[in-house]
Design a binder for this molecule. Structure first.
Ligand code: UTP
Length: 280
């Protein structure tokens, strides 16, 4: 069973400057439609947290860095603010915030500081004492996937339970140079993973949601700085392959929508898609 979720949200977000000078990019809002079709603006990180909560996760570890206070403050229930909203007759927002507060209160949330953005792999490594000896899910705080009944998470976890050490979520993309990619053999087994390849060596991009066995921490320890002079999670996954351990993957379901806010144009796309989305 996978009970723990690690959410790295400590990157600099330089590709979204100057919006991200003080505000962590994971706090940028996307649209969210509730089951009645009401539309709200919610920070990406809140949407991701609420999805994982609805799926059944109750133990969360956020890796935070610069602008950490904005994130922690957001995840701190403030009932006097709700009283104020109630007096002003803002029932819709009171309802939505109350639901969020309840989810926070019914969860265990651990905050880990990454003082320097040494890379995605390094951020995941910092969750070692939280994870201990269990399999765990990693979901980057700047991406959120929407699918019917969150079945992309279920498929990922089901595949992992078949006995793999690392399970990846893959999507076919035209230009993979912004992503990590997998290279497979004729049996569709992964033989190699490469972070931000210079050439189009594969169209199978690794999305930032994974399930790992704790041995990934040993692999990260053994990983040297890679792309961008940072400790890359993809390089640690390559170590797992080199060690002869099983890395498997599931493909993003057809109905799923990927909301990514890494760059200004991805963010524009995420706003349009989240506004028009009918799956929430
Ligand atoms: P990115 O690869 O998009 O990097 O991070 P970034 O530093 O945030 O953004 P740019 O490249 O400067 O624009 C993917 C996810 O990993 C987290 C980020 O917060 C984001 O959710 N991350 C990245 C960390 O937590 N720590 C790091 O050192 C790097």
């Amino acid at each position: 069973m996978v009970r723990k979720a690690v959410i790295p949200a400590a990157g600099l977000g330089t590709r979204l400057l100057s919006a991200t000078k003080e505000l962590p990019k994971e706090m940028l809002p996307i649209f969210f439609r509730d089951s009645n079709g009401e539309i709200y603006l919610k920070p990406m990180l809140q949407v991701l947290f609420e999805q994982l909560y609805k799926f059944g996760f109750r133990e969360f570890c956020f890796i935070v860095g610069r602008g950490k206070r904005a994130v922690e403050d957001h995840f701190t229930p403030d009932y006097s603010f709700l009283d104020l909203l109630e007096k002003k007759g803002k029932e819709k927002f009171v309802r939505s915030l109350k639901e969020f507060y309840l989810m926070i209160e019914r969860s265990t949330i651990i905050w880990i500081n990454q003082p320097e953005p040494l890379g995605f792999g390094h951020a995941v490594y910092l969750s070692k004492s939280f994870v201990r000896d269990e399999p765990f899910l990693v979901a980057a705080g700047d991406t959120c996937i929407v699918s019917n009944n969150l079945h992309h998470i279920k498929e990922l976890i089901d595949k992992h339970s078949e006995g793999t050490v690392v399970t990846l979520l893959i999507q076919e993309v035209e230009d993979p140079r912004e992503y990590g990619v997998i290279i497979t053999n004729e049996k569709n087994d992964i033989i190699k993973v490469v972070e931000k390849p210079k050439e189009i060596i594969s169209n199978l991009a690794i999305l930032p949601m994974y399930v790992f066995e704790p041995v990934i921490f040993n692999a990260i320890e053994a990983t040297k700085k890679g792309y961008g002079n940072e400790i890359q999670l993809t390089d640690a996954i390559q170590k797992i392959i080199d060690w002869g351990l099983k890395v498997n993957y599931v493909t993003l379901p057809k109905d799923a929508i990927r909301l990514d806010i890494g760059t200004a144009s991805y963010y524009y796309d995420a706003l349009i898609k989240s506004y028009n989305n009918k799956i929430f």
